[in-house]
Design a protein around this ligand. Sequence first.
Ligand code: SAM
Length: 272
Amino acid sequence: MNEAALLAEARQVLQDAGIGDPLREARLLWRASFPKRYEDYDDAMAGGRIATFRDLVARRAAREPMSHLTGRRDFYEHQFEVNANVLDPRPDTESLVIAALEQPFERVLDMGTGSGCILLSLLAARPQATGVGSDLADEALVVAARNTASLELDHRTSLIVSDWYGDVEGPFDLIVSNPPYIAADEMAGLSPELSYEPRMALTDEGDGLSCYRTIAAGAPEHLNAGGWLMVEIGPTQAEAVMAMFRAAGLLNVEIRQDLDARDRVILGQKPL
Ligand SMILES: C[S@@+](CC[C@H](N)C(=O)[O-])C[C@H]1O[C@@H](n2cnc3c(N)ncnc32)[C@H](O)[C@@H]1O
């Protein structure tokens, strides 16, 4: 079979599985399977690559996320390694990075860092800054460490296992977090791709707001005067999270929206 026939076959398999843009995804999986031109492989090598390609197509048809199959995900200005131990970085989360980069900071904490995509994007953009990425999942920190090394940010980054503020030593100029915010009773209705992501990255097993209670309440103790707390939220959570920020004594509490004009980030400042 030639390249065109294999791509057509894959497109059909993906389309039958309900994948939205099957030809685009087939091409991405092709590129992951054949790093060189198809004609450049001898027969035995090409056969192996075709088997790899068909296997990836079958896994995608079973709704495994594309990033798990290619092992990479573009986020903000860099590419990050991703696997089943971390949340697949979402474009919505770039709104949090953009909001954070509006403020000056030298020392930043990213709680629930996962792949490290938020922390490392911030540190790459601020060459004088240092940061701490924390997560309760040590297997996530293994991925964050590899991303730190590939972006050559080891000398400015510490990665620690911590239950929110539990083992974190401040103070910081900026605290960011994209915590698990899907309520337990919303988990059943989500897209099949989410079943491949770590459950503790998605839900707090409660009302979806419990992590914000902890993060907001502990912020003043861990921020320098004038420092900022910024969190990603689900689009219906703004009012509740803003109330928590105000109850913790933070000022200048505001909402930022994502590119689809949905409420996405809440920020607030420790008084000077
Ligand atoms: C929504 S994911 C965010 C991952 C990454 N920061 C991103 O934006 O793509 C939430 C992260 O919080 C971590 N997490 C869950 N419970 C935690 C806890 N009690 N303390 C610290 N991190 C926790 C999860 O392991 C996961 O990596």
